[in-house]
Design a protein around this ligand. Structure first.
Ligand SMILES: Cc1ncc(COP(=O)(O)O)c(C=O)c1O
Length: 374
């Protein structure tokens, strides 16, 4: 079957920027500033300004951003970090890679982000930090999370890997906790031409620590005050990201308009739960996921019509084989489990046309109606 609506279309997304991007890449090649360097520093300044934050540090990926944030907060063996099971594996992996233990709490049933009311039950004397995830581009309910953290002396690390430009009560994600972690994986709202990530923080102390940790713990060449790792951002990625950052807001606005169109067409349709946007946030729709009952039938029917879909994510983290040792069983987090069973992500990117949207909407309505017949 010919694909009529791809899940993502990076080629079309990049077309109007290609001349600028090629020029920027040539500049890096001419100056040989490939690892860290002035292009990374310039991107850091611009991305910090975009987030209304004092500091941004470019790193190799969103996973590294999470890992270095935890290390900079001094988290290690014997510690526990509370997060959610409805996320990409990297959120929990970073905790494990510090030697700490991930402890999960369920998500809110309408917004799919961390349920602040569940935090108390996960708190122990070993808890050191909380990682709320701004899933799909919607900020978690940060005020009660930060309030709980401050009361108990915990760090808050935002997993903003899917939420570039999202806002909570008029403030950009990135400065709502102690650090915020961004991924520039190519398909993200702001994506590099390879792997890249960033940490944003309001803390000069954490920023300095992360700057040293990401570069082998060196304060100047060959003088190491800490044992760090190589987590530097590439100059070419920074140069590409600087160009793409100029287009991010327009892209986010188009995503929001597409989401509004999906919402209007699919709300109230029997068998579909549309995503809810909290009234105090600006959701940037990295992913537009609906929840359906007969997912396999629905996705197959859409595929037969040439409409690509995704599933974010089919197995909640607490039930992943890799985390069997944590001892969680089916039923531990019913909302996360229900989401994992029912989510279908629809095509969502700035370049979707009116014709694409109509095809998806008609396809989904028919697929859900057919799914309910089986
Ligand atoms: C919620 C979340 N956390 C962390 C990551 C990890 O980012 P990266 O792939 O850049 O390492 C991702 C990326 O997919 C993500 O979506």
């Amino acid at each position: 079957m010919q694909i009529k609506v791809p899940f993502l279309d990076l080629k079309t997304h990049h077309a109007p920027m290609l001349d600028d991007i090629n020029r920027a890449i040539q500049e890096v090649i001419q100056s040989s500033a490939f690892a860290g360097g002035p292009f990374v520093a310039a991107f850091e300044q611009e991305f910090a300004a975009f987030c209304d934050a004092p500091h941004a540090l470019g790193v190799g990926s969103g996973t590294e951003a999470l890992w270095l944030s935890l290390l900079a907060c001094g988290i290690g063996p014997g510690d526990e970090v509370i997060t959610v099971p409805s996320t990409f594996m990297a959120t929990a992996e970073a905790i494990t890679y510090c030697g700490a233990r991930p402890v999960f709490v369920d998500v809110d049933e309408r917004t799919y982000t961390m349920n602040p009311e569940a935090l108390q039950s996960a708190l122990t004397t070993r808890t050191r930090a909380i990682i709320p995830v701004h899933l799909f581009g919607q900020p978690a309910d940060m005020d009660p999370i930060v309030e709980f953290a401050r009361k108990h002396g915990l760090y808050v690390i935002e997993d903003a890997c899917q939420a570039h430009g999202a806002e909570y009560k008029g403030r950009r994600v990135g400065i709502l906790g102690d650090t915020a972690c961004f991924s520039f994986y190519p398909g993200k709202n702001l994506g590099a031409f390879g792997e890249a990530g960033a940490i944003v923080t309001g803390s000069t102390e954490l920023s300095e620590k992360i700057r040293i940790l990401r570069d082998h713990g060196q304060v100047r060449k060959y003088f190491h005050t800490m044992v760090g790792w190589n987590c530097r951002m590439d100059g070419i990625q920074a140069a590409v990201l600087r160009i793409k950052l100029r287009h991010l807001e327009a892209g986010n606005e188009r995503r929001r308009a597409h989401a509004a169109e999906y919402d209007a067409a699919l709300s109230g349709v029997k068998g579909i739960v549309i995503p809810a946007q909290r009234s105090c946030v600006r959701h940037v729709y990295h992913v537009y996921a609906i929840c359906v009952n007969e997912r396999d039938e629905v996705t197959k029917c859409l595929a037969d019509r040439g409409i690509a879909t995704g599933i974010h994510y089919p197995v909640p983290i607490h039930l992943q084989q890799a985390y069997r040792n944590l001892g969680y069983t089916q039923g531990a987090f019913p909302i996360a489990e229900r989401c994992a069973a029912g989510f279908v992500s629809l095509p969502m990117y700035p370049e979707l046309t009116e014709a694409h949207l109509e095809m998806v909407i008609e396809g989904v309505k028919e697929a859900v109606a057919r799914g309910s017949e089986v």
